[in-house]
Design a protein around this ligand. Structure first.
Ligand code: SAM
Ligand code: DTB
Ligand code: SF4
Length: 328
């Protein structure tokens, strides 16, 4: 397919749920081959970007996201902590850079940042940026003013997930709306930051929800530069962790997960697609299929925010086997 034909096809597909549904129906091997071809047209081959995640404020969150260990509404047993000191955050960023990460993402269990926390957050952004790292934060909803100050301090990316389809949103989270998410994404864009926005697969959602989720992402006024696809990490004491425990839906079907990666790659050809939470429960061959289907970024290190992650030795071993470089 020529670049022009690919563009015309993309324009017709990304805004049309039926066309996205038709992509999901393509035979699996053809779909993966097609996604791989799109990938090679827009990204370096055999290369995956490494990002490091740090929880700078853990637990005690007022929101009720049904998947999250950090919500004060659930009984996950997680202890709430205060905002970390900037010195400790910068030390962790330095270690991440020395370990080969290009991006450092700082996450806080907040509905939104309080004014009193802004000076410390801005200080963290400036100092992590000065290490030569790309900076990313995920702090919940932002006002226009907060978004502008974070951007001025040098924040490159803001992560704010839509998580699922607009129709399914209310069954996962009741303390905010899908529109609240879109409003913050608009503010992040208006402030000139790049958008990192994705969601979670394996929450018991339907294929139609996965279609609606990708449709919402791909038809944003500008698609996100970075799209994290998380596999639900079921956590005891959370509504989704408890609801799915012991059922066949406790783990998303691997083929369906790879299909979703492939469709994301086709709909958002230029975005980085990040294989995010849940890699600990994925086999090496499933991860390899995800890279084939267009995933080109992962979180490295043995912790995500509150849950475990494949350690960097395991990842280095996998990349060596696959001949994948991580100097993206
Ligand atoms: N509090 C901020 C917010 O929700 O926007 C930032 C942190 S929040 C933990 C970031 C994202 O992590 C969520 O939007 C969700 O997609 C993902 N996440 C949280 N818990 C998860 C879990 N148990 N399994 C998979 N992904 C999860
Ligand atoms: C995203 O989409 N995934 C990351 C990042 N954005 C902040 C968070 C994953 C969290 C997994 C559950 C935990 O460790 O608590
Ligand atoms: Fe709070 Fe974010 Fe967890 Fe929701 S996902 S409960 S907003 S930390």
């Amino acid at each position: 397919m020529t670049a022009l034909a690919e563009r015309a096809e993309w324009a017709a597909t990304a805004h049309d749920r039926d066309a996205i549904a038709a992509l999901f129906d393509i035979p699996f091997l053809d779909l993966v081959a097609r996604a791989h071809a799109v990938h090679l047209r827009h990204h370096p081959r055999n290369a995956v970007q490494l990002s490091t995640l740090l929880s700078i404020k853990t637990g005690g969150c007022v929101e009720d996201c049904g998947y999250c260990s950090q919500s004060a509404h659930h009984k996950s047993g997680l202890k709430a902590e205060k905002l970390m000191a900037a010195d400790a955050v910068v030390a962790a960023a330095q270690a991440a850079r020395d370990g080969g990460s290009g991006r450092f993402c700082m996450g806080a269990a907040w509905r939104e940042p309080k004014e009193r926390d802004m000076p410390a957050l801005l200080d963290m952004v400036r100092r992590v940026k000065a290490l030569g790292l790309e900076t990313c934060m995920t702090l919940g909803m932002l006002t226009d003013d907060q978004a502008e100050r974070l951007a001025d301090a040098g924040l490159d990316y803001y992560n704010h997930n839509i998580d699922t389809s607009p129709e399914n949103y209310g069954s996962v989270i009741t303390t905010r709306t899908f529109q609240d998410r879109l409003d913050t994404l608009d503010r992040v864009r208006a402030a000139g930051m790049s958008v990192c926005c994705g969601g979670i697969l394996g929450m018991g959602e339907s294929r139609a929800d996965r279609i609606g989720f990708l449709h919402a992402l791909a038809s944003l006024p500008t698609p996100p530069e970075s799209v994290p696809l998380n596999a639900l990490v079921p956590i005891a004491g959370t509504p989704l962790g408890d609801m799915l425990a012991g059922t066949p839906m406790a783990r998303i079907d691997e083929i369906e997960f790879v299909r979703t990666v492939a469709v994301a790659r086709i709909l958002m050809p230029q975005s980085m697609v990040r294989l995010s939470a849940g890699r600990e429960s994925m086999s090496e061959s499933m991860q390899a299929l995800c890279f084939m289907a267009g995933a080109n970024s992962i979180f490295t290190g043995d912790r995500l925010l509150t849950t475990g992650n494949n350690g960097s030795d395991a990842d280095a071993g996998l990349f060596a086997k696959l001949g994948i470089s991580t100097d993206l």
